[in-house]
Design a protein around this ligand. Structure first.
Ligand code: FSX
Ligand code: SF4
Ligand code: F3S
Length: 360
């Protein structure tokens, strides 16, 4: 097999300067969630390491993950991944179809056996032999087993591939699940989110491509650098949470003033993702910034949970804040809920005092 070109080879071929290559590597370092003292290592890897072949398959899902990925405003995503990494097969993005397309997949698997990265979007389904999700005349589970057998690593993009997603929501009529149990003997990285942040998707694949190994993962198989913080930890509305100032409906004065969305069902306190730091589409915005509570789209089983009904004062009294904390998300949420209760109490006391002062 002819060795594939490195990123530096590509820069040279395009007549781009060493300076722009190093600048690209600095951007890549931050995209991979690495500290700046890793820039040297990234430059070294980008000079020598051949860019990888990627096979990208889609199971039971909405294609939102790919859609998110290609809508990244970052030139790094579009340029590096779509043009320079060999995306040999992609159900959504490839122009090919039919038998030649399937033959190309087999040829790619054979040619790059043990060397390509398999990216998977979507859940698998097993009900009735798996007929509810077919690809190229075979079940998706069959394709997944075949394609993962020859991969060097598997990236599960989106909450569907990682956990089953909406297909696996109750009553799960197609017996859908995440892909983990269909992949044997290969490392799997979970990149949940419905969809995941495009820069996170790129960062993970570039880490694998340049360093030839998985980024450090947490106990759920997620890259720590992107899933190490809760949305709540980096939320710019956090001061309102701490002050007990909550929007109670989507159009009240609190909502208009940008107060905390906890009582509108925000799951930021129990959701691990990078939305608060990276935001979406080159830092343009994210759900909370556009006035929508975080629905915990990167959590397992988030489709089956309804924080809006649990927390919204319209459906439950204000005391619900600590009630859900106790039942919903274990000790961590209890702490958060208790914090919210204290904040509400402090705010009520402050308001009562102000009222008293006015009366005097
Ligand atoms: Fe699932 Fe992705 Fe949600 Fe959709 O591919 S994570 S339904 S955004 O598309 O798999
Ligand atoms: Fe932000 Fe939601 Fe936490 Fe409020 S509850 S501070 S809106 S993450
Ligand atoms: Fe999803 Fe919450 Fe981010 S809904 S996109 S994890 S803010």
């Amino acid at each position: 097999m002819k060795e594939r070109e490195s990123l530096w080879d590509h820069y040279l071929k395009k007549g781009m300067s060493r300076r722009s290559f190093v600048k690209g590597c600095v951007a890549l370092t931050s995209l991979m969630g690495l500290s700046t003292d890793m820039v040297g290592k990234v430059v070294e890897a980008a000079e020598k390491t051949p860019l990888p072949v990627v096979v990208w398959i889609h199971g039971h899902e909405c294609t939102g993950c790919d859609e998110s990925f290609i809508r990244s405003g970052s030139p790094l995503t579009s340029d590096l991944v779509l043009n320079e990494i060999a995306l040999e097969y992609d159900h959504l993005l490839s122009a090919g179809c039919g038998e030649p397309f399937e033959a190309h997949l087999d040829a790619t698997i054979q040619k790059y056996y043990g060397k390509y990265i398999l990216a998977v979007e979507g859940a698998t389904t097993t009900k009735d032999g798996g007929v509810y999700c077919m690809s190229g005349g075979h079940t998706f589970s069959h394709l997944l087993k075949k394609a993962s057998a020859g991969a060097c690593a598997v990236v599960a993009y989106g909450s569907c591939a990682a956990y089953g997603g909406i297909q696996a929501a109750k009553p799960n009529p197609t017996a859908s699940s995440g892909i983990g149990s269909f992949v044997s003997g290969k490392p799997v990285v979970n990149v949940p989110g419905c969809p995941p942040i495009p820069e996170v998707m790129t960062g993970v694949i570039m880490h694998l491509a340049l360093f030839g190994q998985l980024p450090p993962l947490d106990s759920e198989g997620r890259p720590k650098q992107f899933y190490g913080n809760r949305i709540h930890d980096t939320c710019y509305r956090r001061p309102f949470f701490d002050a007990g100032m909550f929007a109670e409906t989507f159009d009240d004065k609190g909502a208009k003033a940008g107060w905390c969305l906890y009582k509108l069902g925000c799951r930021g306190p129990e959701t691990y993702n990078s939305c608060g730091n990276l935001r979406w589409f080159q830092g343009m915005s994210y759900p909370i910034q556009s006035g929508a509570p975080c629905i915990g789209c990167s959590n397992k089983h988030f489709w089956d949970e309804d924080p809006l009904l649990e927390r919204m004062p319209k459906y439950a009294p204000v005391g619900n804040v600590d009630k859900i904390g106790a039942v919903a998300a274990g000790a961590m949420a209890v702490g958060v809920a208790a914090h919210a209760v204290v904040s509400i109490a402090q705010k009520n006391m402050k308001e009562a005092k102000e009222l008293e002062n006015k009366k005097e």
